[in-house]
Design a protein around this ligand. Structure first.
Ligand SMILES: O=C(CO)COP(=O)(O)O
Length: 120
């Protein structure tokens, strides 16, 4: 199963913490992680194997949306920062829309991500 992890700058530390807290489940369920570029770098430094795509503002959200649309990515954990402006906001909304179009689970905060991971 492939899960995309994405975190805005103000939420990257929370993403690393979240993954550390759920390392066992990710290993047991043989989860493949993909990510946007900078999130991937941070997560790799914490010892996780992840396939990074482009950074979000350069099209990473759009690349992950394409994988969701193609049925390759099965869940998206997207820790958004609602207190910051993002130049690629259309891409962010596009990714969320594509998850809804294809009925793919999408968590936009750690509390929801926790519920999704526990349901694996
Ligand atoms: O901007 C992002 C998601 O919209 C995240 O991109 P980075 O992981 O490259 O910072």
């Amino acid at each position: 199963m492939e899960i995309a992890i994405i975190a805005h700058d103000g939420k990257k530390a929370e993403m690393v913490q979240f993954l550390n807290e759920h390392r066992d489940i990710l290993d047991q369920k043989k989860i493949s992680l993909i990510s946007t570029g900078t999130t991937g770098t941070k997560v790799e430094k914490a010892g996780f194997k992840v396939i990074p795509f482009l950074s979000g503002p350069l099209g990473g959200d759009a690349q992950i949306a394409a994988r969701v649309a193609e049925g390759l990515c099965h869940m998206v954990l997207f820790f958004r920062d609602p207190l910051e402006k993002h130049p690629h906001e259309p891409d962010i909304f596009m990714l969320m829309r594509i998850c809804d179009v294809h009925d793919v689970p999408l968590a936009t905060n750690p509390a929801t991500a926790e519920l999704l991971i526990k349901a694996l």
